[in-house]
Each structure stands twice: as structure tokens, then as C-alpha cells.
Design a protein around this ligand. Structure first.
Ligand code: MEV
Length: 299
């Protein structure tokens, strides 16, 4: 089985579509896939969770685009998604990477030496689902670890001084990245100054977050997450449920909390100093699904 992880965006979602750098990290949960010989292209996906995903029609088109990008002949792929789709945790990119890796392995081209092809194929897959993706989800799923991503540039691995404990909650419901990105684009057409000011603000937060991650300054990073959440609310991508999950996390001792991914529902992340149990308990008690992930320290 070929595997790929999902991702969290620590800071910079939406702004990254407009060329602002963003910081993302791979998470262990993701997708796995296996390919076999078949006379025509068939993709079966076993999904997890209560969220609805993209239309089957989109999935078939995305699979064709992925095979074409790999210049691969038709084959059958069975895949399993370990993340709820439509929740901002990079489930579709993880699937794209796992499927591309499985197809290459099946063709006898071990995927380990083929990162660039895997990324290109995943971008083709993601474009069918998301329309105008920045590429951050595909880069984070293909690379793992903590990265700074700027549209059109290769992802830059970021040194992480102290491992980050992150609690993740499914604020829900599932949302469409394509629609959320289009909503921000419409807002920018109507009120360019307001949106551009927010993008500048997010850019400054990302620069500071990079320093905080490099220095292991978790309280500073937490405050930057909170500020990023405020600017995302100003772009109208937050919801009542997201705000509630952020407040529950902060009240339970999180250093900072924000939506992660496209917003409009989906997931919230909270940075934890020490034990994530109080934050996870607060979310569970309020009826939300939640789990913990870690971003490892790197040299
Ligand atoms: C989605 O995970 C992140 C967005 O910035 C869209 C993108 O970058 O393609 C909302």
C-alpha cells in the first residue's frame, strides 16, 4: 500500500492563493492506495466519517487527470481515506498523493525517486476538485513535515525547535474549498482595499510565526494563530461553530486557536502547551469530534 498524510495549515490559508507565504505541516492521518492492472481506469475509495465528499463524477475526472499527468495507462486503484473529506485537513490531496504513488509503484517506477511527478499528478487531481488551488495541500501531503509554501515555488522545509502539540476539532459541516476561495475572490472584487489589508496582515503574521516556530516560542505562536483567526473572520470564512470551537479551546487553556483550511465549516486547530486532554475534553463534551496530532521538532 502507498501512503500519504493529510495536512494542517498553521497560518496563511486563503492569503496563499494570492501569493502570500503560508505555513503548513503534514499529519499522520491521510490516505492509502493500491493499484492493479485493469482494462479501464477504475477508482474505488473507501471513505471515513460523516462528511459528504466531492461528487463521484469529479472523482472519475480527477483520476483521469492524475493518470494523464503521470502518462500512465488505465489501471484499477483501491484507496482508503482516513480523514473526513471537506474538513480542511487535506484529505483530497492525501488521496491524490497516495494514488499517484500507488500507480507509479504498480508501473515498476518506485515512487520514492519521483516526488516531482507525484506532485504534478496531485496538482492535476486537486485542480479538478478545487478549481484554483494554490498547491499548498498537495505540497504538504507530498512532503510532510513543517513547510513554508509560496505559490509557484518549491516548498521550503522549516526548522521546528520544539515539537508542536496540536489539537484538531471537526467544527463542521463539510465545506467546499472551491466555493470558499471563490467567496474571498468576490469579496476582493467588491472591496479590494479591505482584502488586501487583511492579506498584508496575514503576511506579517506568517513572518513572525516562522520566527516563533524556529525559536520554540509557543506562547507567541499561539497569539499569532489567534490574530490569524481574526483576519480570517474579516474575510467571512469563519462560522459560529468555528468561533465556538476556538473559544472552547482557549478557555480550556490552548495557547491559540483558529480554523485550518478553507473554513466555512471544517476543522479548527488549537496549539497546546503540554497536555491536550483538557481541550479535547472540552470539545468532546460539546459534541465535537476531536483528535491530537504532533508536528515533530527538526534540526
Ligand atoms: C485549503 O486547504 C487552503 C486554501 O488556501 C486554498 C488553497 O490554498 O488552494 C483555502
Amino acid at each position: 500500500m502507498a501512503r500519504a498524510g493529510g495536512k494542517i495549515i498553521l497560518l496563511g490559508e486563503h492569503a496563499v492563493v494570492y501569493g502570500v507565504p503560508a505555513i503548513a505541516a503534514g499529519i499522520a492521518r491521510g490516505a492509502e492506495a493500491e493499484a492493479s492492472t485493469a482494462p479501464r481506469a477504475v477508482l474505488e475509495i473507501e471513505r471515513l466519517g460523516r462528511f459528504r465528499s466531492g461528487e463521484p463524477h469529479d472523482t472519475a475526472r480527477a483520476f483521469s487527470a492524475l493518470l494523464a499527468a503521470l502518462s500512465a495507462p488505465p489501471c484499477a486503484v483501491r484507496a482508503r481515506l482516513e480523514l473526513p473529506p471537506g474538513c480542511g485537513l487535506g484529505g483530497s490531496a492525501a488521496l491524490g498523493v497516495a494514488i499517484a504513488r500507488a500507480v507509479l509503484d504498480h508501473l515498476g517506477t518506485p515512487h520514492e525517486a519521483e516526488d516531482a511527478r507525484v506532485l504534478k499528478a496531485t496538482e492535476a487531481w486537486e485542480t479538478v476538485f478545487h478549481g484554483n488551488p494554490s498547491g499548498i495541500d498537495a505540497a504538504a501531503a507530498a512532503r510532510g513535515g513543517c513547510i513554508q509554501f509560496r505559490r509557484g515555488h518549491p516548498p521550503e522545509p522549516l526548522p521546528v525547535k520544539v515539537a508542536l502539540t496540536v489539537a484538531i476539532c471537526l467544527a463542521g459541516p463539510a465545506s467546499s474549498t472551491r466555493e470558499m476561495v471563490a467567496g474571498v475572490a468576490r469579496l476582493r472584487e467588491r472591496r479590494p482595499q479591505v482584502v488586501d489589508k487583511a492579506l498584508e496582515g496575514i503576511h506579517a503574521l506568517v513572518k513572525n510565526a516562522r520566527l516563533a516556530i524556529g525559536a520554540g516560542d509557543l506562547p507567541a505562536l499561539g497569539r499569532l494563530l489567534d490574530l490569524n483567526q481574526m483576519l480570517l473572520s474579516g474575510l467571512f470564512v469563519s462560522t459560529e461553530s468555528i468561533e465556538r470551537c476556538c473559544s472552547l479551546a482557549r478557555d480550556a487553556g490552548a495557547l491559540g486557536a483558529k480554523l485550518t483550511g478553507a473554513g466555512g465549516g471544517g476543522a479548527v486547530l488549537a496549539l497546546i502547551d503540554g497536555d491536550a486532554t483538557p481541550v479535547l475534553d472540552a470539545w468532546h463534551a460539546a459534541g465535537f469530534e476531536a483528535f491530537e496530532t504532533r508536528v515533530a521538532a527538526t534540526p
